[in-house]
Ligand binder design. Structure first.
Ligand code: ATP
Ligand code: MG
Length: 148
């Protein structure tokens, strides 16, 4: 089954939205395989958003992402990378589709609630960045029989 990495960003934690966002995944039948709350170091933010390091808004991203813990999840399902990006939608919440997570909850392009991997290749790297192999939980969910 394909996997993807999600981070529920500091504003999700501070605004008490963790449960509502996770419900979106559960309602869509996505399987939660790993989940933890962590405080991000500056080093991991530098690595995670290294492609934005030269942007003028990078310092703002860094202070935002380290301002409070985040919730990291690995979700599994067929086509899960695309599915979660569609649930999340555009970086700027004003471009997001009504009903998507960013449309419904995000305040600004900076405080946009959630990170979701943008390709299978990125997802494989990002899962390893946030979760060690020995953190893997293995369980059977009833929906596994449908996906195979
Ligand atoms: P994420 O990687 O967090 O899921 P994304 O894939 O939609 O978001 P990216 O292009 O990867 O968007 O940008 C990473 C983060 O950098 C965005 O979530 C946003 O907070 C910030 N960012 C991107 N572009 C801008 C911008 N033009 N102005 C301010 N912040 C931006
Ligand atoms: Mg991105």
């Amino acid at each position: 089954m394909e996997t993807t990495l999600v981070l529920l960003k500091p504003d999700t934690v501070q605004r008490g939205l963790i449960g509502q966002i996770i419900s979106r995944f559960e309602n869509k039948w996505l399987k939660i395989v790993w989940l933890k709350m962590i405080s991000l170091s500056e080093d991991i933010v530098n690595e995670h958003y290294d492609f934005l390091m030269d942007k003028p808004f990078f310092p703002k991203i860094k202070s935002y992402m380290t301002s409070s813990p985040v919730v990291a999840l690995v979700l599994a399902w067929t086509d899960v990378v695309k599915t979660v990006r569609n649930l999340t939608w555009a970086t700027n919440p004003s471009d997001a589709l009504p009903g998507s997570i960013r449309w419904d909850f995000a305040l600004t392009i900076d405080a946009n609630i959630i990170h979701a991997s943008d390709s299978r290749e990125t997802a494989a790297i990002e899962v390893k960045r946030f979760f060690k192999e020995d953190e893997i939980t293995s369980y059977e969910k009833i929906s596994d029989k449908i996906v195979g």
